[in-house]
Design a protein around this ligand. Structure first.
Ligand code: PLP
Length: 414
């Protein structure tokens, strides 16, 4: 326990008549400041940037307007007039809030329309809408697995999957990223330990590395060993497989039991979902606590997501363009000598390693008119800090060239 410097043990009474004792809030603040200082010393402290306009190819900050290359607005739809009009019209028709959870009076026809549209996009019988992707993962994993079950999880899965595993109380067996022989070992280990249900869970496109899981092999493993397969399509929905996701792109439709996704990235809105069989969806509506005990998403965001889905299907050139921009960016930065894996979708990580160096590069890029933040632990493993670049389909070729030029100028920093 940390002692407040002004209240050493035993001296409180002596000081009482000279100066007031620190309040509980002051004591807590003191402890938090110490914890914050420890993070700052390791270059791990973070401060949110305040943008003065929405998520567009160019960001508006108080003194500058840098190119925005760190959002997940892959298709550039976050300021599309069609989504804005849909959101406004829904607010006019349905009001600003849904007023209750989905199982009370919060299910509007609009929510069901979106669930049906997402099920159609994913090619499943039904779909369950949650308030966020985070809550979709948390609620689904905890509904499907508990004590006596096992979750077999890729080491680089998103934090919401990790938290779902922790909260579920199930035995969690983590396999090294992408190593499916190790995944198989963990499934067998779970079976030997007597697990009732074994759930394999993986991102399809990994959020910080931009690579793709080996879905055909994972499906085969699930078949062979009788496991359930859940895939997080947060970064593939709207981007891969004509917008339908990696499951479709890799020819595995019908082989993934639980397809999770989010409306907050390429779909430029808010909300998460799970698509699958009718039985699965009805079960989640009853047992996923983050569905049952959470207020239904607001009509405006639901309508915006519906508008985004219709653009995803009618304008496939957006997904094609953002993937081309990502590949071009990766190739160009590799030619400059940066360590950049080739992207599977629209995420381009520039691997740096040291958090301080990543911060310095990010600051130098900003000086040159590019906003691209340093991603540091705990978002990524220790010593793997990186700049995570994400183009939008609406970035111009000239804007991409400007980013490459900025990286060329900053090469000496590594
Ligand atoms: N899954 C993955 C792979 C993600 O990257 C994210 C968000 O960053 C989520 C889930 C959570 O989605 P949301 O931001 O919609 O809560």
């Amino acid at each position: 326990m940390t002692q407040h410097p002004e209240t050493p043990a035993g001296s409180r009474a002596a000081q009482a008549d000279q100066q007031p004792l620190p309040t509980r809030t002051q004591l807590l603040d003191h402890e938090l400041l110490q914890a914050a200082q420890a993070l700052k010393e390791r270059d791990l402290w973070r401060t949110p940037l305040t943008l003065l306009a929405g998520c567009a190819p160019t960001a508006q900050l108080s003194q500058e307007a840098p190119l925005l290359f760190c959002s997940n607005n892959y298709l550039g739809l976050a300021n599309d007039p069609r989504l804005i009009a849909a959101a406004c019209a829904a607010a006019q028709q349905w009001g600003t809030g849904s007023g209750a959870s989905r199982l009370v009076s919060g299910t509007f026809d609009l929510h069901r329309q979106l669930e049906r549209a997402l099920a159609t996009l994913k090619g499943t019988a039904d779909c369950v809408l949650f308030s966020s992707g985070y809550l979709a993962n948390l609620g689904t994993i905890t509904a499907l697995c508990g004590k006596g079950d096992a979750v077999v999880s890729d080491a680089l899965n998103h934090a919401s999957i990790i938290d779902g595993c922790r909260l579920s109380g199930a035995m969690t067996l983590v396999y090294p990223h992408g190593q499916l022989d190790q995944c198989k070992e963990r499934i067998l280990q779970a079976k030997r330990a007597g697990a009732r249900r074994v759930l394999i869970v993986t991102d399809s496109v990994f959020s910080m590395d931009g690579d793709l899981c080996d879905l055909p092999r994972l499906c085969d493993l699930a078949d062979e060993l009788g496991a359930v397969l859940m895939v997080d399509e947060a970064h593939a929905t709207g981007v891969l497989g004509e917008g339908r996701g990696a499951t479709h792109a890799l020819g595995q439709s019908g082989r993934v039991d639980v397809i999770m996704g989010t409306c907050s990235k390429a779909l430029a809105s808010l909300g998460g979902f799970v698509a699958g069989s009718q039985v699965l969806c009805d079960f989640l509506r009853n047992r996923a606590r983050s569905f049952v005990f959470d207020t239904a998403p607001a009509p405006s965001v639901v309508a915006a997501t519906l508008a985004a889905i219709s653009i995803v299907t009618s304008e496939p050139e957006r997904a094609t363009r953002v993937c081309q921009l990502a590949s071009h960016l990766a190739r160009s930065l590799r030619e400059l000598g940066y360590d950049v894996p080739m992207p599977a979708a629209a995420i381009v990580p520039v691997m740096i390693g040291d958090s301080g160096k990543a911060l310095a590069l990010s600051a130098a890029l900003r000086q040159k008119g590019v906003l691209a933040l340093a991603i540091r632990p705990p978002t990524v493993p220790v010593d793997t800090a990186r700049i995570r670049l994400c183009p939008m389909a609406t970035h111009t070729d000239a804007q991409l060239d400007a980013v490459i030029a900025a990286f060329a100028d900053c090469r000496h920093l590594l």
